[in-house]
Ligand binder design. Structure first.
Ligand SMILES: [Zn+2]
Length: 376
């Protein structure tokens, strides 16, 4: 309980920062109810509208049905539900969303697993920084940064078993990987002032994973130790090694969900080279059905047209792949007009849909903007 309280406090304290990926939000699912309207026509039925939401087991079925109905009436097609990796809760909510005509996607915090009761019994499963400190007890940036090693067999199997549990839930469309990367070696520029940080080089306390297993496996492949160099950031094999560990985890997750007749999706950084630079994530090289890049312009001090730029970059980078790109949009700081423009930027630059972070941030006016866009 104490930990939960601490986590809650941190979530409130870092409410903006906590959306680096799609962190569960303490105030999720409290969207204002909108006046229901009748129209069911959806003119651009090929363009999909999604929203991320965080579930709360204490809420009633009726309140969920009301929330799902509200989304459907306003043009949304799909919900990505964070149940804190609880297949039972997901099994309860999926038929409720389906009954209202929504697709359901099982959202999991994959490599960063705050408060994971099984993992916490195995301190050696956690990532280790270049300073030699483990995420188990030395968390970079914030207390909820509790990253598991993607190389070590036991920790990666743990993550994959959780993916499998969600993939087995009836009627789920995809398992949706979030935090499928390394900790931020560079934070988004718009967030740095909140931490009173300057990051012009790769700093050892934010550089992962230097655990025994990662080092041994790298040595076996490349006959050198990244700890022996003064400047590991220019060692391309070491960078590639880590990109490939995340890729391998994703590709294994892809096999597992497909064996269960489901598909795989992920929340990723804005475009592949930026993701590579900031979090060692190269999503254009993965086996994956859908990517939802979090093109959160305000995190990067960018304007709305940057949503179009980043969308187009990702779409071009995926040209040779069978992966659909749906643009992730961060709505709390947007006006309804901004939201309309953001949707237009995504559409005009080749996205197959847009996903909103998050459901709790929808006002009546913002939902109306989505509805109007969906009927165009
Ligand atoms: Zn490791």
């Amino acid at each position: 309980m104490k930990f939960r309280f601490l986590l809650f406090s941190l979530l409130v304290a870092f409410s903006t920062i906590s959306c680096l990926d799609n962190m569960q939000k303490a105030n999720a699912n409290t969207a204002e109810a909108s006046e229901g309207t009748e129209s069911e026509t959806n003119a651009d039925s090929d363009f999909k509208y999604w929203t991320w939401i965080t579930a709360d087991a204490s809420r009633t079925d009726e309140s969920y049905t009301e929330e799902f109905k509200k989304y459907k009436e306003n043009g949304l097609d799909a919900v990505l539900i964070n149940t804190d990796t609880d297949p039972e809760l997901l099994s309860r909510l999926t038929p409720l969303a389906k009954a209202e005509g929504l697709e359901v996607h099982a959202w999991i915090m994959a490599v960063n697993r705050p408060g994971d009761k099984v993992a916490l019994q195995h301190p050696e499963w956690y990532q280790v920084s270049r300073n030699g400190e483990s995420c188990f007890d030395h968390r970079p940036y914030v207390d909820y940064y509790q990253w598991l090693c993607p190389t070590r067999e036991e920790s990666r199997n743990h993550i994959l078993s959780l993916v499998e549990g969600l993939a087995k839930v009836k009627d789920v469309e995809t398992v949706h990987l979030d935090y499928i990367r390394f900790p931020d070696i560079f934070l988004p520029i718009g967030l740095l002032p909140k931490y009173d940080l300057e990051q012009t080089t790769e700093m050892p306390e934010y550089d992962f994973c230097y655990c025994d297993v990662c080092i041994a496996k790298f040595k076996e492949m490349h006959h050198k130790d990244p700890r022996d160099t003064d400047d590991p950031q220019i060692d391309m094999e070491w960078k590639q090694f880590r990109l490939n560990r995340i890729r391998d985890l994703v590709n294994d997750a892809y096999k597992i969900v497909h064996e269960n007749n489901k598909e795989l999706s992920a929340a990723v950084f804005p475009y592949p080279e930026m993701a590579d630079h900031m979090v060692r994530q190269r999503w254009d090289k993965w086996d994956i059905d859908y990517v939802l890049p979090m093109i959160y312009n305000n995190f990067y001090n960018e304007e709305l047209d940057w949503i179009g730029f980043a969308t187009k970059q990702g779409v071009q980078d995926l040209e040779a792949k069978n992966t659909e790109l749906h643009t992730g949009i961060y709505i709390p700081e947007m006006t309804p007009e901004d939201l309309t423009e953001a949707i237009n930027q995504a559409k005009a630059n080749g996205a197959k849909g847009v996903s909103f972070f998050d459901g709790g941030a929808f006002t009546k006016e913002k939902l109306e903007a989505v509805k109007a866009a969906s009927e165009e």
